[in-house]
Design a protein around this ligand. Sequence first.
Ligand code: 6PG
Length: 473
Amino acid sequence: EQARIGVTGLAVMGRNLARNLARHGHPVAVHNRTSTKTKALVEEFGHEGTFVPAESAEDFVAALERPRRLVIMVKAGAPTDAVIDEFAPLLEPGDMIVDGGNAHFADTRRREAALRERGLHFVGTGISGGEEGALNGPSIMPGGSAESYDALGPLLEDISAKVDGTPCATHVGPDGAGHFVKMVHNGIEYADMQLIAEAYDLLRHAAGLAPAEIAEVFRTWNTGRLESYLIEITAEVLAHTDAATGKPFVDVVLDQAEQKGTGRWTVQTALDLGVPVGGIAEAVFARAVSGHADVRNASQNLPGPSRAKVEESGFADAVEQALYASKIVAYAQGFHEIQAGSAEYDWSIDPGAMATIWRGGCIIRARFLDKIREAYDADPGLPTLLKAEHFAEAVGAAQDAWRQVITTGVRLGIPTPGFSAALAYYDSLRAERLPAALTQGQRDFFGAHTYRRTDRDGSFHTLWGGDRTETGA
Ligand code: 6PG
């Protein structure tokens, strides 16, 4: 039997994606560099659908109906190039290679251009939702040509998560657009996780709550506007007790956060595009700070304030407000980056559609994303999510509590880089005048870099070393 689609790379993500396809009635060819994985998959899960195992690259390609749809699920970077180099010569014009890994969008652009030259479609695709999502319905963010989406879209939509019957998969845009959006998704994921971590830290060390009590707080939050996968699993992690010691699990885990790079890429790319994503950047840096054990050890006895606990009742509610407001900022920054990337690379990405496909399947899935979609539906030209009616009102109502929570952290010496950066961004956007005018004056003073004026067009320079008259047109 000819397979409708093939998956090569049968580590857990690839294996689960292949099973998802088979379970939806799509005959799927499966291939792996070492064929033991292929055999194991068919032995264990063969009853779930039609699998066509292939030992060699040639057999794999031969097993696919045309135009061929070949999904590669290998490590980003050199392994992806190696697999492309292995299969591309075996394919024919019109065939499609889908890269479902977390590739850098610049690599995807390069690969797409090279394969397009050879008449092949290259579809860099973000897939979110971890192992469970890959099996039961991920959020899928494919880039590449519209033509390739015509051939792939129905399959991808079929196996994706659904929310209110709407698939969490759509064509994001040409070449690297899908991986770009997945990258920013991960940047937002980092920010969301950092903000949750700060909320936990404040409840623990400012209010003195125990992890199990904080788990209850998160469970309550998960019934309200913060309802989301990350809040839900936070409660689970906090409620978990370590079997070996009987201590809260969170107290026996080494407090050094790791990362594979997508959050960092989000910030590097934002720097290149000149988009302010301070909230996301602080989340990446917070992981970096945690990992520098040497510097942290050397800093243990630096002076700090006494840590008298806060007594105020209502502190947890204030933290909820700070968390919600900061979360809105993280999304506002992420969507700004998506729009800037879309403009830079001519992708015509529809931000509302991205919010729609993130509502289910992915790590940042949340009730809140409906609001983002509604905001872009109401005004596709929205300059920032913070100006959407719902978000402007929510942040306006939360801002006193937000400031109070950060002040508490500052007073007690509990770091809140995410909350604080988010608030600074909000206040910067709100400000009628920014001190950037002074920066411009300094630049003109030391380097004659010129400035623009509020009252007239043109570039101006003041003769700082002379009589300080203004020149320019
Ligand atoms: C997803 C996730 C996933 C990513 C992990 C790990 O959307 O399913 O983003 O793609 O691999 O979240 O990221 P870090 O190791 O960098 O934390």
